[in-house]
Design a protein around this ligand. Structure first.
Ligand code: XMP
Length: 520
């Protein structure tokens, strides 16, 4: 019979986690220090399943979360992450009210519905509309026409938005309200995409469907091209991550806020999280640099008592004692990572932190006992790192990988012909001035002396989250195929590790060639 299992010759070299990490207990290891051995496989990468359960009420369709950082996750990023099956954690470096509306934007987002369509007014000139298109570089020229109270008065079709009509008023050129196709919010039902798709099937040649409320105020716009793209995507392997009411899921970070006397501000924490829960938040993350601390533990306890069913993420820790402590306080998922992040300087500034694979191994063993999940937070720069992290955790949290995406907050800037977006550590001077100092146990008053534990940096602009995630998921599935793992549980069970020398590391990347940049 052909050998489908490992031969005895493999065993001393390619070891399971419980042999490999204790045997290397004198040295802290990170992603590039190890490699995973291939195993007999009957699994094709495209058939692998990536769903992951982080808490009883929190399931993702892909094991990827975007960091709660002010240059990474606000509503646009969280929508893109959930639409791809993952999760975005909205950062807390903003006023509480703003964070609430960011969460509402995600929870009210209807995929394919443009909720705030660009609109024009009846008394504008067509010339003004042409100037707007030119200035904002819009790739479309049909606009809903709305009066000063938000009421729909018609549709300005692209056919009349021409320089020859520049002096004409929008009011004279619009298709009047009675002839504009609309649907009310209520008529959209549980599956707005299917409803809009049906409409476009039934109305030959109509490419726009406007959404109005009971008072005929404009509430959104469907375009046929968006709906076609989404219906094609529905056949995609990884479905959007949704709650029981079919809304995209959304997480929000909160801090262990203290009052003027330095005590935990229980009332403020409870009212903040209460408001988040009212808006439909699916998980809160008590995010600090040092999670194995009284403030974080007490915050988790207060939240667990008040919201027994709410999934809670807490961190960050790098040891089993920290995992046990936060699990006993009531957390469901624990963030592991101190200093691995691409913008982190905690290890340099404080001399503290553990390389990520060793930290994940130690934490994962405590987590399994306590029945909580582990989130590998920081230091991930390539899909292979994610595969390695997922051998010891239930999901990964990434900042830098997504900071250059269109959906990350901030504008694209051009430097020397290349395009960049800002990316900064939440412990950098800039971010702490904007409010995140508490996360690093630093004084909130920016005039006081603070020790930064992160840097301010740039990331090359890298297009849409869809594109970046497609690459990452392809890599994860490929890794699972090599290990013969049909799902993430099998990946954790089957992983076999070995150390890599610096020469082995050089061998792993392209070498001794001049690389040609093909494709995008
Ligand atoms: P990556 O490597 O994905 O890391 O860019 C993102 C993670 O880094 C953490 N983080 C920080 N850690 N100083 C730190 O030591 C900082 O200023 C800082 N800001 C973010 C955080 O866990 C994030 O998810």
């Amino acid at each position: 019979m052909a050998a489908t299992r490992n031969s005895g010759f493999d065993d001393p070299f390619y070891q399971p986690a419980d042999q490999f990490f204790p045997a290397n207990n004198k040295l802290a290891l990170t992603f590039d220090d190890i490699t995973l051995a291939t195993l007999y496989s009957e699994i094709l990468p495209r058939d692998t399943q990536l769903d992951t359960q982080l808490a009883e009420n929190l399931r993702l369709n892909i094991p990827v979360i975007s960091s709660d950082m002010d240059t990474v996750t606000e509503s646009r990023m969280a929508i893109a992450m959930a639409a791809n099956g993952g999760l975005g954690l909205i950062h807390y470096n903003m006023p509480e009210r703003q964070q609430l509306s960011e969460v509402s934007r995600v929870k009210n987002h209807v995929h394919g519905l443009i909720q705030e369509p660009i609109q024009v007014a009846p008394d504008q000139l067509i010339g003004d509309v042409l100037a707007l298109i030119e200035q904002k570089k819009f790739g479309f020229s049909t606009f809903p026409v709305v009066d000063d109270k938000g009421k729909l008065v018609g549709l300005l079709s692209g056919h009349v938005v021409k320089p020859r009509y520049a002096k004409r008023k929008v009011a004279d050129a619009l298709t009047p309200r009675a002839q504009v196709h609309t649907i009310t919010q209520k008529e959209l039902g549980k599956d707005p995409i299917a409803r809009a798709d049906k409409f476009f099937n039934e109305h030959l040649g109509i490419h726009k469907l406007l959404v109005v409320d009971d008072k005929d105020n404009l509430r959104g716009l469907f375009t046929m091209s968006d709906i076609e793209r989404i219906t094609q995507e529905r056949n995609a392997q990884f479905k959007p991550a949704r709650d029981a009411h079919f809304h995209l899921i959304c997480g929000a970070a909160v801090s262990a806020t203290r009052n003027a006397f330095g005590e935990l501000d229980r009332e403020r924490i409870l009212s903040h999280v209460g408001a988040l829960v009212e808006r439909g938040v699916d998980v809160v993350a008590v995010s600090t640099a040092h999670g194995h601390s009284q403030g974080v533990g007490d915050t988790v306890r207060v939240l667990r008592d008040a919201f027994p069913k709410l999934p809670i993420i807490a961190g960050n820790v790098t040891g089993a004692a920290g995992v046990e402590y936060l699990a006993e306080c009531g957390a469901n998922a624990i963030k592991v990572g101190q200093g691995p992040g691409s913008i982190c300087t905690t290890r340099i500034v404080a001399g503290v932190g553990i390389p990520q694979m060793t930290a994940l191994y130690v934490c994962s063993r405590a987590a399994a006992k306590k029945k909580v999940s582990i989130l590998a937070d920081g230091g991930i720069v390539k899909s292979g790192d994610i595969v390695k992290a997922l051998t010891l955790s239930q999901a990964v949290i990434c900042g830098g990988i997504f900071a250059g995406c269109n959906e990350a907050p901030g504008d694209v800037m051009e430097i020397g012909g290349k395009f960049y977006k800002q990316y900064r550590g939440m412990g950098s001077f800039g971010a702490m001035k904007a409010g995140s100092a508490a996360r690093y146990g630093q004084p909130a008053n920016p005039t006081q002396k603070v020790a930064a534990e992160g840097i301010e940096a740039l990331k090359e602009a890298c297009g849409s989250v869809d594109r970046v995630l497609a690459q990452l998921i392809g890599g994860i599935q490929s890794g699972m195929g090599y290990l013969g793992a049909a799902n993430l549980t099998q990946l954790r069970d089957r992983a076999r590790y070995i150390r890599v020398s610096p020469a082995g590391m050089r061998e792993a990347a392209p070498h001794d060639v001049v690389e040609l940049k093909t494709g995008s």
